[in-house]
Design a binder for this molecule. Structure first.
Ligand SMILES: [Cu+2]
Length: 261
């Protein structure tokens, strides 16, 4: 399978290879070599969208809500802390694909607005054979991003997880991500609620958390894969994504779940 190694720092991606990508399933290995949390979300502009128009709309909006009106989100790696590495698989379409980080900096400005955004050109090179369309083997389980929240397996041994966004409600605007946070200690439901409120405003929560990554934002009907190896403990899965054109992150509307793998 095609492989893309990405390192994230303040505020740029470094990618290898830097070109010659073919369409199809691609293993994306993301390493956070920075001091802040980062992510890499892949986005494909919708049919007919002009990149300059997209850049103008996205350039002032740290929530990402403006940008996502113009693109299909095709997955990637969600919010992950310094020193952490995670692998995901992304089905890259031919054409222009953007890689973006919308984690806020200490001033609340999205990293993408500070330069953490890259444009990839997929295919159109030498017409070589694209990577085989194959499922990773073995798949340890399936995680569903449903209209009303996460559907997580009862047990989550180490392995590849298929992540499917099945939320077709409200005109198919249900963009979601699977961001996995490990709690420093067990927390009551009220403490988890408070934690989510703090995360939504980029405040330091009372319960310490470690961002382990997960699958980056993915549009309704699409799927991706993420490799999880979660030590025993208490976790919360959260969705920082907003709806297109509305900056309110989904976690504030209850799109989160406490779990113990
Ligand atoms: Cu970043």
């Amino acid at each position: 399978m095609q492989r893309l190694d990405i390192s994230g720092t303040e505020y740029a991606f470094e990618m290898a290879p830097t070109g010659d990508l073919e369409p199809g399933w691609t293993t994306v290995s993301f390493r956070n070599d920075g001091a802040e949390a980062h992510q890499v979300m892949f986005a494909a502009p919708k049919e007919g969208v002009d990149l300059a128009e997209l850049a103008a709309a996205a350039g002032q909006d740290s929530s990402g809500a403006a940008a996502i009106e113009y693109v299909d989100m095709i997955g990637g790696v969600s919010y992950i802390g310094p020193g952490q590495t995670i692998d995901a698989m992304v089905d890259l379409p031919a054409g222009t694909v953007m890689a973006m980080c919308y984690v806020p900096d200490p001033d609340g400005v999205a990293h993408a607005l500070r330069g953490m955004s890259s444009v990839l050109t997929v295919g159109g090179g030498d017409g070589g054979t694209p990577p085989a369309q194959q499922d990773p083997d073995p798949v340890a389980g399936t995680i569903e991003l449903a209209e009303d929240g996460y559907r997580l397996p009862d047990a989550m041994p180490a392995g590849w997880y298929r992540v499917r966004n099945t939320d077709q409600g409200d005109g198919g605007e249900g963009l979601h991500e699977l961001s996995i946070l490990r709690l420093g200690r067990s927390a009551s439901a009220d403490e988890v609620d408070a934690l989510v409120d703090d995360l939504a405003v980029n405040a330091t929560p009372a319960v310490p958390v470690e961002a382990l990554g997960g699958l980056g934002a993915i549009s309704p009907g699409l799927e991706g894969y993420v490799h999880l190896d979660l030590p025993p403990g208490d976790y919360v899965a959260v969705d920082f994504m907003p709806d297109p054109g509305d900056s309110r992150p989904h976690l504030l509307d209850g799109y989160y779940a406490a779990f113990a793998p």
